[in-house]
Design a protein around this ligand. Structure first.
Ligand code: KPL
Length: 301
């Protein structure tokens, strides 16, 4: 298959790098990272040990045909990415592997064939040309709009054959909510406290906060017709924090680099959807405001 990984930072580079072992892959990402990959290949350390040589570009100017666009840009860049990808709206399947709520809906407003995706892989950006695979997590793929189970199953097979443990989901909307609740717990807490994911499990103060974040999130999910099991959600938070214990969450990586975080599409999106349905989410709102205050304090933004 021919894959375009649009937004090849830490996560996109891991997926593109692994897929490039058996498929044609083009990474599109920041110039310094792409230049380093063109020069020396992409080095993946940690749980994966590999140097691969996918095509690496700063834009899609030279891409003529492809089968799948894998979107790994930050949630706040989805609209801009979609504009750049206009030539493929009718031609390729679009798979989002992004954090937060609302990405797939934006894709489905433009592209004909959209798949939803969720991944719990933990990856850290080390330096241009190099990423660190800190924790292996499952990936779920399912049809979202204009696609079916068969198309999703082909991707699951392609991913799994390249060492990306993946499963077909018949309820990708539920998986997206579940992952958002996991991110709503791990990302702001690790970002605010400047700790690795595994730290969440070591403090009863934090596990109490996690329960409150989840309880608010479950009320909002229910407003949207999704009735998730509380114990299952909490179990997911603990198991992902454990599997990615050594990882620096994407939110902490963003804050460390002085970049904007995805708080608006994670905790912020829960607060917003809650407000629309008359459910207040004070804990998620507080975390959103604290992370935004930290972003504001960062000189690089
Ligand atoms: O998705 C992640 C992120 O950091 O954004 C997890 C799964 C929490 C891994 O760090």
């Amino acid at each position: 298959m021919r894959f375009l990984i649009f937004g090849a930072g830490a996560l996109g580079s891991l997926f593109g790098g692994l897929l490039s072992q058996r498929h044609e892959v083009m990474l599109v990402g920041r110039r310094v990272h792409m230049e380093a990959i063109r020069r020396n290949g992409l080095k993946i350390g940690g749980r994966t040990n590999l140097v691969v040589h996918p095509t690496a570009q700063e834009d899609i100017a030279e891409v003529e045909s492809l089968d799948v666009v894998v979107l790994t840009v930050k949630a706040y860049d989805t609209e801009g990415a979609l504009e750049a990808l206009k030539p493929f709206w009718r031609k390729a399947a679009f798979l989002s592997l992004q954090n937060g709520l609302g990405n797939e809906d934006l894709l489905a407003e433009r592209a004909d064939r959209v798949l939803g995706g969720v991944t719990n892989q933990g990856v850290t950006f080390v330096a241009p040309g190099e990423v660190y695979h800190a924790g292996i997590g499952d990936t779920y793929i399912g049809p979202y709009r204009g696609t079916g189970l068969e198309e999703a199953a082909e991707l699951v097979e392609a991913f799994s054959m390249c060492g990306i443990p993946s499963e077909l989901s018949e309820d990708i909307r539920g998986e997206l909510w579940l992952k958002t609740l996991v991110n709503a717990c791990i990302n702001p807490l690790t970002g605010l406290l400047e700790v690795k994911n595994g730290h969440i499990l070591q403090s009863t103060f934090l596990t109490d906060v996690v329960r409150e974040i989840v309880d608010e999130g479950l009320q909002v999910a229910a407003l949207q017709g999704l009735h998730l099991d509380r114990e299952e959600v909490l179990e997911k938070v603990w198991s992902i924090a454990e599997a990615t214990a050594d990882n620096i969450s994407s939110m902490l990586q963003d804050l460390e680099k002085g970049r904007r975080t995805e708080i608006d599409s994670i905790n912020g999106a829960i607060v917003e959807r809650g407000r629309e349905g008359g459910v207040s989410c004070p804990i998620n709102s507080l975390l959103t405001n604290l992370v935004k205050a930290l972003e504001e304090a960062s000189p690089a933004i």
